[in-house]
Design a protein around this ligand. Structure first.
Ligand code: GDP
Length: 344
């Protein structure tokens, strides 16, 4: 569960005109947010269920078949379960951990049929997903600075827009920083999201220096006591030294203006890439100081099991999941809701 603390709740903070002449601000339009803000908690389980329906179809069906046929849980049942987990994008390390725990349990106390096996599996999945979840250390004074990083096409810009709307729905003020000055149309695309979510955005021209626009955005966010500064960065691979250096420069720039910034670096990861994406994410995590994951496109894939592998193998919390292309299609991740949605 994410905890946010402090920060001034000034919903209608207006531009103070303090950005420099090159970066520009996009005027706020408070009226825009009313009908498109994300839903709050009540519908979370239902929406999660809908989002993981493709994963559920394949994963849950296989598990339910196994459970239905199981009167006594023996080694051959556990081997079948192992195959199901391996073919559901959980990966070898995660599957081994789960099976070791189940075998250990079976040695001490027999597993009483398929239904109990299912409950034990759910508990294992929950424990793995919970383990890396931790509260975010809130800054002493706002803003909280969040960088979004990842490869092109993962859904960074879309997630930056959705995340802005999500924070607005929590009654927090948001400033967006368009620091993806590399990809053509990224700034315009983010501008559309800024308007939709009713937040201001600070930008520069395409090809401009991302550290410079971040400097202006961080200064403005601090001066205006904005709660959240969300920074969309250029898509990069961990192997591109120049771009990784640029990210380092952005970190230093943010920290100069706002102590402790960036407070979060969220890796935006496309769930449809499954185990392949995991390898890339592992290297990214080390190179970019990633603190959490936004797992996008969960709606379009049967590879949702990757969330469990991320928690186990990267030791990173999944913070949010992207479940569609609309502004409200971002859900705060809850291990229990996720597991219930898969095997409820
Ligand atoms: P970026 O290059 O990382 O900034 O990626 P974009 O934000 O431009 O997203 C790439 C594509 O993925 C766009 O067509 C988005 O609409 C789509 N997309 C992003 N998040 C989701 C999601 O959660 N679900 C679905 N179905 N599509 C998404």
């Amino acid at each position: 569960m994410i905890k946010f603390f402090g920060g001034k709740k000034d919903k209608h903070a207006t531009p103070t005109g303090d950005s420099t002449s090159s970066p520009e601000t996009l005027a706020d339009s408070p009226g825009d947010q009313s009908d498109e803000t994300p839903e709050k908690k009540p519908g979370l389980l239902a929406r999660m269920k809908q989002a993981v329906s493709r994963t559920r179809e394949s994963f849950s069906t296989k598990i339910e078949n196994l459970v239905a046929l199981t009167r006594t849980v023996d080694e051959s049942t556990l081997e079948e379960l192992e195959t199901v987990l391996l073919t559901s994008d959980l990966g070898i390390a995660t599957t081994t951990k789960i099976l070791d725990a189940l075998r250990d349990r079976a040695r001490h106390q027999a597993i009483d049929g398929g239904a109990e096996l299912r409950e034990l599996l759910k508990a294992q999945l929950c424990a793995i997903l919970e383990a890396p979840q931790r509260p975010i250390a809130a800054p002493d004074a706002p803003p909280m600075v969040t960088f979004l990083v990842g490869v092109n096409g993962a859904g960074k810009t879309t997630s930056a827009g959705k995340l802005s709307a999500w924070h607005r729905a929590q009654d927090r003020t948001v400033l967006l920083c368009a620091a993806d000055t590399f990809r053509a149309a990224a700034i315009e695309q983010l501008e559309v999201w800024a308007t939709r979510s009713g937040v201001e955005m600070i930008k520069t021209r395409q090809g401009g220096d991302p550290a410079a626009v971040l400097y202006d955005a961080a200064s403005a966010a601090k001066a205006r006591h904005i709660d959240d500064l969300i920074v969309d960065t250029a898509g990069r691979l961990h192997t591109k030294t120049g771009l990784m250096d640029e990210l380092d420069k952005m970190r230093r720039t943010a920290a100069k203006i706002i102590p402790g910034a960036p407070h979060q670096v969220l890796l935006v990861m496309d769930a449809t890439t499954g185990q392949n994406g995991l390898n890339q994410a592992r290297q990214f995590t080390q190179a970019a100081g990633v603190t959490g994951i936004i797992l996008t496109k969960l709606d379009g894939t049967a590879k949702g099991g990757i969330a469990v592998a991320i928690a186990q193998e990267l030791n990173l919390p999944v913070r949010f999941v992207g479940v569609g292309e609309q502004i409200s299609d971002l859900l705060e991740f809850s291990p229990a809701a996720f597991v219930d949605s898969l095997l409820g």
